[in-house]
Design a protein around this ligand. Structure first.
Ligand SMILES: [Zn+2]
Length: 155
């Protein structure tokens, strides 16, 4: 497959080796970082106080954090997360304090990405072959009906 440019949509014929024969459409994307100009403007808009607001940042509905940003400011992709293709525009940029950014990353962004991966894995049939119990069918041990545990032959 030829190298794909960021932002190109492509679909495969169904014989593409990347996805085990399932038809799919994909959108190649790269995390859109904010430019310095966007960050500067977002910071000015914040008036120097954390712009994080509402539940996604661990605050009450409609409650704004307002922590002073004079020591450190971080920029978050909101409302559309970077991993979900959120653009690096001013409209999708919030100047936030470290605490709010961490909270959202840990409680909203990472779980969302993990879920995306799980859903995608299930769709593609990718699964772990892990051993849940040492005595289950895949494990190295077996327990006979009389309670005697022995090693499976060949394990
Ligand atoms: Zn904050």
């Amino acid at each position: 497959m030829a190298a794909l440019q960021c932002g190109t949509a492509f679909s495969c014929s169904g014989r593409c080796p990347a996805t085990a024969g399932s038809r799919h459409r994909r959108f190649v994307m790269k995390r859109a970082e904010f430019s310095r100009a966007v960050k500067r403007t977002a910071f000015e808009r914040s008036c120097g106080f954390c712009e994080a607001m509402g539940k996604v940042y661990g605050l009450g509905v409609g409650v704004r954090c307002n922590a002073p940003l004079m020591h450190r400011v971080e920029f978050d992709h909101y409302p559309i997360a970077a991993a979900a293709g959120g653009p690096g525009t001013l409209e999708n940029c919030v100047a936030v304090c470290r605490t709010c950014h961490r909270w959202k990353t840990g409680h909203v962004d990472l779980p969302m990405m993990a879920k995306h991966k799980r859903v995608r894995d299930r769709y593609l049939g990718i699964k772990d072959d892990w051993i849940s119990f040492p005595t289950n069918r895949k494990g190295p041990w077996k327990r006979a009906l009389n309670g005697v545990t022995t090693r499976r032959p060949g394990q």
